[in-house]
Ligand binder design. Sequence first.
Ligand code: AMP
Length: 397
Amino acid sequence: MNVLVINCGSSSLKYQLIDSETEKVLAKGLCERIGIDGRLTHTPAGGQKIVFNDPLPTHVTAVSSVLEKLTDPQCGVIASLSEIGAVGHRIVHGGEKFASSTLLTDEAIAEIEKCCELAPLHNPANLIGINACRELMPGVPMVAVFDTAFHQTMPEKAFLYSLPYRWYSQYGIRRYGFHGTSHSFVSKRAAEFLGKKPEELKTIVCHLGNGASLCAVKYGKSVDTSMGFTPLEGVPMGTRSGNIDPAILEYAAAKEGLTLHEVMNVLNKQSGVQGISGLSSDFRDLGAAAAAGDKRSAAAIEVFCYNVAKFVGAYAAAMNGVDVIAFTAGIGENDPSVRTKVLSYLEYLGIEVNPQTNKLRGEETVISTPDSRVTVLVIPTNEELAIARETVEIVGE
Ligand code: AMP
């Protein structure tokens, strides 16, 4: 079955058409500047990237343009829309309602709408994508795959904040965690790669990309993760602060003459390694600048790696042990020096790095030595494939 995977943001829409039998990507692309002017980049498998300046006033026109490209005699990969068997939608927040992926019925959509309050920037955009697809592909089964669902197995001690309990019971203020599709995919793949069952392993997944989070996966289930009520909590990220003393908000607001909303904007968009370095949120730029002697870029990398290592230590404690550490996402897959720095704090766990295999980028590799007490892996994540698999599982072959 061909599955169309949709990741819809407020002004963008990413898509992949995946043949679920071969798990090959037939075509992928990105609609940008929806509601502004519009730009669609479409890449058929084995072909060149093609840029179209189609006007994209709404998400319905964006989905319509995508379907047009997929079926186009020149750049298309299918003859007609009837070759799309199902659509899988990435949904950021499923609240406490969704512990797994779900078929998008009217009832499920109403429940996702209720979660908009928890993810006001993301869920409404995700719903717009769902509605646009429903309008243009009536009758095609659609599935919602949530970023939060995998973490619904976290025990209360991991998800409760030490705040008035009423804030949780009345407003849902608790830790939810994100990147669940990636943590689930990578932890399963790590077990498979090692010829083990997920139920046999205590795994720490380090999803280190522009957004970064770690997850403690005990015997196949998420028991803790570093992002919380929102994706702002946890380790420092490209532009997000990660954990800070909450008292800083009031103090900085007064010093800078900012509203709380403006301070939140700084924490989300001008902090993290971008904030410390004052240069870039991209580790390629930071690595080059640090090598050329830029002290703040070097400090940004150090702060990042130190905090990632601290979370690994915390999760080894949370699970009373760790068998596997898996690095994934842009930095985790491609930056050997970050991996080396993180792992240098973890010698006490009996970790020994293989400097040869650790040089590799972007491929499944064991980067620890055979004697290492913890197996350290690089496992490239593939959220789109995970969404396609979930979709097929829900709608049936
Ligand atoms: P992601 O959010 O998973 O797409 O990761 C994007 C981030 O990965 C970028 O902002 C970079 O910081 C990092 N990245 C990508 N490629 C490399 C590379 N070759 N070396 C170091 N960092 C990289």
